[in-house]
Design a protein around this ligand. Structure first.
Ligand SMILES: Cc1cc2nc3c(=O)[nH]c(=O)nc-3n(C[C@H](O)[C@H](O)[C@H](O)COP(=O)(O)OP(=O)(O)OC[C@H]3O[C@@H](n4cnc5c(N)ncnc54)[C@H](O)[C@@H]3O)c2cc1C
Length: 427
């Protein structure tokens, strides 16, 4: 690949998760000749759908909750013509149950800003006006402070709001999470009001929403997509990446090209010597039940329910599939499957008020051992920006310094920033 004019330089994207697709779409839209290499036989990385023979249904590798605050996602979907694939809940309504006390409530976010939090009807039961001070404290949280050092770790506001929110948003035990990341979440959502807080989910599946439309866009723009192509090494010369070596021994010349590494941090560190990144991963476990009847509907057309005093934190409901998410699942990643399934079925029956005769037709447990990087202060400090020590090498991925937790929103943003950095560099 040769050439020095920014618009004419070809671009190689390595890694076909959301971050890589986002970078490829932006570069392609800017007129670059894009090649995307993905080591797996499918695109999407940690954000994909597949046909599950055991369940007899198409499911996502993990339940993915997004919010209308996720403007990067919405812009990406607009670019690839897929906004219609996103299901947006009609209202910012979050039903909850505390299984330990069999207590139900609904958080309804209404209007602009955070005024909803002052109305007792919207508040978490067992909490008072004084708890709103914790919201103020969190809104001012500095980066890289553990959440446990910032908030009062007692009472129902902690147990029924902060703890599930932090675990769900950061995928770490709540006290250890980086408060700066949680601040970024609540600033964009709960403190912004209803318009930002409607839950979104991929209607047909993550692949149909994030991957297939991007493939159509890239193919129509002349991009080359190669699956089953693993980059084993990069070779450097004169402060730039000069070549990529593939697992089949092929060597891609890269002088004059821009290269975006959009792979998990440990793999990026193996290819780019001297790169520092958050290397530790943390698990999420999903348990999907297929009921022998459609699942009960939730209030206000909601498709998810929060659980407290339980092993699971969220239940997602889609027709007859009921899916649990357990974040920060260090224990569950190792737990005996029968015991885990039995516990989660009990939680399903209690939360959805299924009668004693209720049965499930099939169940699937998916353990993602490195679902996200470990979002604690020591690790988040290591997040690099899109630039590297090499002129033509850029980084994308949910683990880069987006200021956001490791989410699809962050991955899309990271891809856009890597593409912008590549387009912004001189020849
Ligand atoms: C179970 C689970 C639940 C989640 N829940 C949510 C949620 O509710 N909301 C939310 O927003 N986010 C959620 N996430 C996070 C979200 O899925 C990720 O943030 C996002 O998918 C990361 O995308 P990425 O492109 O940065 O990385 P990845 O998806 O990991 O993509 C990296 C790609 O690089 C490829 N690759 C690696 N090495 C090479 C190589 N040498 N050569 C070529 N290719 C290579 C990999 O095969 C992979 O396809 C969840 C994740 C999981 C696993």
């Amino acid at each position: 690949m040769r050439g020095s004019d920014a618009a004419a330089r070809p671009a190689l994207v390595i890694g076909g998760g959301v971050a890589g697709l986002s970078a490829a779409v932006r570069l392609s839209a800017a007129g670059r000749a894009v090649t995307l290499l993905e080591m797996a036989r499918h695109l999407g990385g940690r954000c994909r759908s597949f046909d599950d023979a055991k369940l007899g249904a198409r499911i996502d590798n993990g339940n993915h909750l997004m919010m209308t605050a996720n403007q990067e996602i919405l812009d990406y979907l607009d670019m690839v013509g897929a906004r219609d694939e996103m299901k947006i809940a009609p209202l910012a309504t979050f039903p909850f149950i505390d299984l330990a006390h069999d207590r139900r409530w609904i958080v309804r976010i209404r209007g602009k800003g955070a005024w909803w939090a002052l109305d007792p009807r919207n508040r978490v039961p067992g909490t008072g006006l004084g708890d709103v001070l914790d919201l103020v404290r969190m809104a001012r949280a500095p980066d890289h402070q553990p959440i446990g050092d910032l908030l009062r770790r007692r009472g129902q506001f902690w147990r029924r709001f902060w703890e599930p929110l932090a675990v769900g948003a950061l995928n770490v035990p709540a006290v250890e999470g980086d408060a700066g990341l949680l601040r970024a979440v609540i600033e964009r959502t709960f403190l912004a009001g209803e318009a930002a807080c409607r839950p979104m989910t991929a209607t047909r599946g993550l692949s149909e929403t994030f991957v297939d439309p991007a493939v159509r866009f890239l193919t129509a723009s002349g991009a080359r997509l190669r699956l089953g192509a693993q980059v084993k090494a990069l070779r450097f010369a004169d402060g730039s990446v000069a070549e990529a070596v593939l697992d089949d021994g092929a060597v891609l010349p890269l002088a004059g090209a821009d290269v975006v590494l959009a792979m998990p941090p440990t793999r990026a560190m193996a290819l780019a010597p001297g790169l520092t990144a958050p290397a530790e991963g943390y698990p999420i476990v999903n348990v999907h039940f297929r009921l022998d009847q459609p699942a009960p509907t939730l209030p206000d057309g909601a498709f998810l329910m929060g659980l407290v005093g339980s092993q699971s934190q969220w239940i997602f409901v889609r027709e007859e599939i009921v899916s649990h998410t357990i974040s920060a699942a260090a224990e569950e990643a190792k737990q005996n499957e029968d015991a885990l399934v039995a516990q989660l079925w009990r939680e399903t029956c209690q939360a959805l008020r299924l009668g004693p005769a209720a049965r499930y037709a099939a169940v699937r447990v998916i353990r993602e051992k490195r679902a996200t990087f470990l979002e604690t202060p020591p690790e988040t400090r290591k997040r690099p920006g899109p630039q590297t020590a090499w002129r033509n090498l850029f980084l994308a991925g949910d683990w880069t310094a987006t200021g956001l937790p490791a989410t699809i929103e962050g991955a899309v943003l990271s891809g856009r920033r890597a593409a912008a950095a590549a387009m912004g560099r001189g020849g």
